[in-house]
Design a binder for this molecule. Structure first.
Ligand code: ZN
Length: 377
């Protein structure tokens, strides 16, 4: 049985251009994975997601185990088949969302017991059960079950938490059933402490995974601390395996993450923002609900090829949001996913051309220009 493979094609500084070959298709990296929490990228058809250039999506174990249930998804042929997505799929382990339940959950050496946010029913996740659920969901990439260390954490707390996650990583690996073109990622923990991150990278390397994620970041430490943690973590990681920064992030987080050697990202931001009226553009974010867009005939972003930009004006989108029309959030979600995919494609091209440093400079210069005032000539 051969797991999926990863080729490091080229590097530019510490930025990496790679290719992941999976059972369900090729993933060009650096890559952004749109989030389909409950087996749907909210407001979008799978073919619309694909048309943006997205090659892999993410679904959430926690939500799907509660509703419609892991065994049921398994009987329906897995998440990909159920939702009509023909590309690769990554599932999280459920750990992060269970940890976020606070008083609704109880942690012990063996696993976590928690109450469903839907109906208060009691459930349990262990490394073995999380891995089994992800198998039932038919995840092309399965994540090891871990404890996401809260931030801030005292060093001794962060160390105990990380070591528990490493014991769970071993149990997750033992429970993983290999399939052709599938794989499993271990998750580096250790909060903002360099020596703990190093210990975690080494422990996961000893177990051996097809890829490695960096967890426990983007949890309130701020961009500067996150970049600093990446700077002392990614140089320790294997160069021949993909690196995934979980739950990140804003466009500037993606650019900074790629610059520091990250290959994969996921975040709800483009779709969540799309539903609340925030649109990402090459000149920074805009709020489409703002009155200044009411008679603005320009597209959200002149350089974007998505349907929201090629067929409709800011004025029309503004109207749709004001009138609470569903098409408004559909179009803005589509645009935001397109923007994220274009950003990743531009970064891949820049790394190939050896011009990533220039790309990064231009990106920040453009973002800081801000949106063009509609009254400007
Ligand atoms: Zn667009």
């Amino acid at each position: 049985m051969t797991a999926f493979s990863y080729d490091l094609l080229s590097t530019d500084g510490t930025a990496r251009r790679g290719r992941l070959h999976t059972a369900w298709g090729v993933v060009e990296t650096p890559v952004f994975m749109p989030v389909g929490t409950a087996a749907t990228v909210k407001g979008m058809m799978p073919e619309s997601v694909k048309s943006t250039g997205a090659s892999i999506i993410l679904a959430n174990t926690y939500h799907l185990m509660l509703r419609p249930g892991a065994e049921r998804v398994g009987r329906l042929g897995g998440v990909r088949k159920m939702m009509g997505w023909d590309g690769p799929l990554l599932t999280d382990s459920g750990g992060f969302q269970v940890m976020s339940l606070g008083p609704l959950r109880k942690l012990d050496e063996d696993g976590v017991t928690f109450k469903s946010h839907l109906d208060g029913s009691k459930h349990r996740l262990t490394p073995e059960r999380s891995t089994e659920i992800q198998h039932l969901l038919d995840a092309t990439i399965t994540m090891a079950f871990d404890e996401c260390t809260p931030f801030p954490a005292e060093k001794t707390v962060a160390a105990d938490s990380m070591r528990l996650s490493m014991r769970w990583a071993k149990r997750s690996r033992d429970a993983f059933v290999p399939r052709e073109g599938y794989g499993q990622f271990g998750i580096v923990q250790g909060s903002v402490f360099a020596d703990l991150r190093a210990e975690s990278v080494a422990a996961l390397g000893d177990i051996g995974f097809e890829g490695y994620a960096i967890g426990g970041l983007a949890v309130g430490e701020g961009q500067e601390a996150m970049f600093e943690a990446l700077e002392f973590t990614t140089p320790l990681m294997q160069t021949d395996k993909p690196r995934y920064l979980m739950g990140v992030g804003k466009p500037s987080d993606l650019v900074g993450g790629v610059a520091r050697g990250v290959d994969m990202f996921d975040c709800v931001l483009p779709t969540r923002s799309g539903r609340t009226g925030q649109g990402f553009t090459r000149r920074g974010p805009i709020n489409i609900k703002n009155a200044r867009h009411a008679e603005d005939n320009r597209p959200i972003d002149e350089a974007c090829s998505c349907p929201a930009c090629s067929r409709f004006s800011r004025a029309y989108l503004h109207h749709l949001f004001k009138a609470d029309e569903v098409q408004g959030l559909m179009l803005l979600s589509w645009h935001n996913i397109q923007y994220y995919q274009d950003l990743m494609a531009d970064m891949r091209a820049a790394i190939e051309a050896g011009t990533f440093a220039q790309f990064e400079k231009n990106f920040h210069a453009m973002q800081s220009l801000g949106d063009i005032d509609p009254l400007d000539p």
